[in-house]
Design a protein around this ligand. Structure first.
Ligand code: FES
Length: 167
């Protein structure tokens, strides 16, 4: 027994097929967009290579810029930051420039009266070279520390962590 497909049925099937195909073409990318950040792997622990050579680093803290891509939900942006990096013997030390009082930026030797300390100009905060906050000034804790290393002769900066130099 032969089953004939009428012209009307053929048109219905064709339209349903094309419609489904078009709907999938629209819905699938939207679904992917909606859940995309959930599938993005975190690049935790990754070291960022800077443009500063290890040889340029001395025992005097030096400003070392670095930039990285930051994913904030669906928004991706390039963030530039810096660390204060110096040598302690053979060891590299990298400190965060963010003041532990209210988050201003500290500078090395920024105060003439304290040439060998970090200085925060917002409320006259002071830190020793290892990041220890000077008692009697506003900051209540030491500067955070970055993981620091070298790659092909250049300084690399990693994760921010609590200061391990201060007892
Ligand atoms: S923000 Fe640095 S001392 Fe207040």
């Amino acid at each position: 027994m032969s089953q004939k497909v009428t012209r009307r049925q053929f048109l219905n099937y064709s339209l349903m097929g094309v419609g489904s195909f078009m709907a999938a073409g629209i819905i699938l990318p939207m679904g992917r967009f909606a859940v995309d950040p959930l599938f993005q792997g975190e690049a935790e622990g990754a070291m960022i290579t800077t443009s500063i050579k290890v040889d340029e680093i001395t025992e005097e803290p030096t400003k070392v810029d670095f930039s990285f891509e930051q994913q904030d939900g669906w928004y991706k942006s390039e963030v530039t930051d810096f660390a204060w990096v110096y040598k302690d013997g053979d060891k590299l030390i990298a400190l965060s420039p963010v003041c532990k009082h209210l988050g201003c930026t500290v500078t090395w030797a920024g105060d003439d009266a304290n040439p060998n300390r970090f200085f925060c100009p917002c409320h006259n905060g002071l830190y020793e070279k290892n990041g220890k906050n000077v008692p009697g000034t506003p900051p209540r804790g030491p500067l955070d520390q970055y993981e620091v290393g070298k790659s092909d002769g250049f300084i690399t900066i990693g994760e921010l962590k609590p200061n391990e130099l201060v007892n």
